[in-house]
Ligand binder design. Structure first.
Ligand SMILES: [Ca+2]
Ligand SMILES: [Ca+2]
Length: 145
């Protein structure tokens, strides 16, 4: 509806502007859907729900148990890498402390945030080179070991 109304209202103006607008609009929607779909195409909805429910209580998060319950531990290295990229929301190539805090919400939007203690424990479990963030290789090793 947004696209059609903008075409109609811009009918008297230069067509290039309209195309640029439509292009931006489509690009945003496509990239959003792509990210949204990959997590549920890798893991089953029931397994995700089970894993998030299990650590509902404050400070009960255990990454090992979470990866097992949601089924990630038994995925291929490629699939684990795909999940890494979803959690690395700003595409920096690393999962930083600020992204890890919202780890559970990447699986279920209404889930709780991780406490500072949980976040720190999570990072140190994976952070082999002690740079304070989780790289793709570190994530893969943690999940699949
Ligand atoms: Ca990042
Ligand atoms: Ca690291």
């Amino acid at each position: 509806a947004v696209i059609i109304s903008s075409i109609n209202s811009d009918r008297n103006f230069d067509g290039t502007i309209i195309l640029t607008y439509i292009h931006l609009h489509l690009r945003d929607n496509i990239s959003f859907n792509r990210t949204d779909m990959s997590l549920s195409s890798i893991l089953s909805a029931e397994a995700i729900e089970k894993a998030v429910k299990d650590c509902e209580a404050p400070n009960s998060f255990c990454h090992k148990k979470f990866f097992q319950l949601c089924g990630l531990s038994s995925k291929t290295p490629k699939e684990v890498r795909d999940v890494f990229q979803i959690i690395d929301e700003d595409n920096s190539g690393y999962i930083e402390e600020s992204e890890l805090k919202f780890f559970l919400q990447r699986f279920v939007p209404g889930a709780r945030t991780l406490s500072e203690a949980e976040t720190k424990k999570f990072i140190s479990a994976a952070d082999d080179n002690s740079d304070g963030r989780i790289g793709a290789d570190e994530f893969q090793t943690m999940v699949l070991s």
